[in-house]
Ligand binder design. Structure first.
Ligand code: HEC
Length: 428
């Protein structure tokens, strides 16, 4: 495997993001911006602890065999072994993949996800694609050949880093969600739409290149719509109006949906993906910077910016309110909420609101994730201290003013019951 390419890509991404990264001392004082170049350079060679790596070990040990089916290959076996619910299926028809030639609006890429792993399948394409979460490395990308062999091999595929590390992923190996004008053939207008989608992206700019099913009223958005790529991109007036963005309750109008594990590309799953991927990128970036800072300075005092952004994202500061009630129509909502953990009153951070906001409580379930757990202890203590200050009302500064007192109280109590490594002061 050619190791020099990914290292070069990773290091140049770090430099793009943090142009002072090459300096160890700055005029600004003793704590210059952190250079996490060395941490990134280790990405290419470090062994990964993730769901795909764990499955590979079980396959190698003969504990698991993956059934291979004629049209779907290993898809169904892997949904089961990786604990991915078919109801998390999302269909994206923009050619945003190494296997772009296989993607069109008639043959969209299906994504399945949870907090540990994302899998992508395109009908007829030679490979399955995976993004697995390592608590330290961040996104680890794999491919698997769709050929009927007894011992399938997942391959860490560094070609993917061309897109999965860069400014759009906050300079670390990360996750991507985009929204672009996309034609029926899946060609995208790279200059259009949202470079990166998160829970802070206006709804009218989201879902370009995606199919979206479920009920979401008269919400204006870019999904379920095929653009024409004109030589001179048209201004916003070509933004499709609601009637051309049908609430695609029935994807049969667009493609042969019977080939896919479920007939949906559920709106609630898409909203969760957008929130989760961005926060996961922040958590990975925070981890890289924190480990570099601890290595260089022995403390994390200079990490103000990324800590602040992560705290805000955890608490849904800047989340775009929903334009009206939203209803998923797949089993996704039930399955997602059902996972808990729940507090002594039966409450969980995974409960949906779907009236004015995505979740009922303004603190992300990602606080229970391996990515959060894998942060250096010093970072978690800092985050917990700040969270505690916000949730007890001690800190009601600008960003947090809009969080109602009873919601703060509820989150404080839910975390006390469900978050394992809270400092002792939390429970007093
Ligand atoms: C040309 C750029 C590009 C390349 C190369 C690329 N991806 Fe992606 N990938 C994307 C974009 C963009 C998305 C989000 C879907 C969208 O908005 O169209 C994505 C999404 C994904 C997802 C879903 C999780 C997420 O981040 O949202 C997986 C899994 C994935 N890619 C795997 C891979 C693998 C494996 C490779 C290498 C074999 C790869 N990708 C190469 C652009 C790329």
């Amino acid at each position: 495997m050619n190791r020099s390419l990914p290292v070069r890509l990773l290091v140049s991404a770090a430099l793009v993001l943090n142009p002072t990264a090459a300096f160890t001392q700055s005029a600004a004082g003793p704590h210059p911006l952190v250079s996490y170049e060395l941490e990134l350079a280790q990405y290419a060679t470090a062994p990964s602890e993730d769901a795909v790596a764990r499955l590979q070990k079980r396959i190698d040990a003969g504990e698991v065999t993956l059934a291979f089916e004629p049209t779907h290959g290993f898809l169904n076996a892997l949904l089961k072994e990786l604990g991915l619910s078919p109801s998390s299926q999302l269909l994206v028809f923009s050619k945003t993949s190494l296997q772009r030639y296989h993607i069109t609006s008639k043959s969209p890429r299906a994504l399945f996800f949870n907090e540990r792993v994302y899998m992508a399948w395109i009908p007829g394409a030679p490979m399955l694609e995976f993004l697995a979460e390592d608590p330290q490395l961040g996104a680890v990308l794999y491919t698997l050949e769709q050929t009927n062999v007894a011992q399938p091999r997942f391959v860490r595929d560094n070609r993917c880093l061309e897109c999965h590390v860069g400014p759009r992923t906050l300079g670390i190996p990360g996750r991507l969600v985009r929204s672009m004008r996309t034609t029926k053939d899946g060609d995208v207008d790279l200059l259009s739409g949202a470079a990166i989608v998160s829970h802070s992206t206006p709804l009218k700019d989201r879902w370009g290149g995606w199919y979206v099913t479920g009920a979401y009223g008269a919400l204006e958005h870019q999904g379920n719509h095929f653009s024409l790529l004109t030589p001179t991109p048209q201004p916003a007036s070509t933004t499709p109006s609601t009637p051309s963005n049908p609430s695609a309750g029935d994807l049969r109008d667009f493609l042969d949906i019977s080939r896919y594990p479920t007939p949906t590309s559920d709106v609630t799953a898409l909203l969760v993906l957008e929130h989760q991927t961005h926060l996961a990128n922040l958590l990975t970036r925070l981890g890289y910077e924190a480990r570099a800072s601890l290595r260089q300075w022995g403390h994390i005092n200079s990490l103000t910016n990324v800590l602040h952004q992560t705290l805000n994202d955890l608490l849904f500061v800047g989340e775009i309110p929903l334009a009206g009630a939203i209803r998923g129509e797949s089993k996704f909502v039930e399955g997602f909420q059902g996972q808990g953990p729940r507090d002594s009153q039966g409450r969980s951070l995974r409960e949906f609101d779907l009236q004015t906001r995505l979740f009922k409580y303004p603190c992300s379930y990602m606080i229970h994730s391996d990515a959060f757990a894998g942060l250096p202890r010093a970072v978690k203590l800092r985050l917990y201290r700040r969270l505690y200050a916000v949730l007890t009302g001690e800190d009601s500064s600008g960003d947090f003013q809009s969080i109602p007192a009873e919601k703060r109280r509820a989150v404080l109590e839910i975390l006390a019951d469900t978050q394992k490594d809270l400092p002792a002061y939390w429970k007093l």
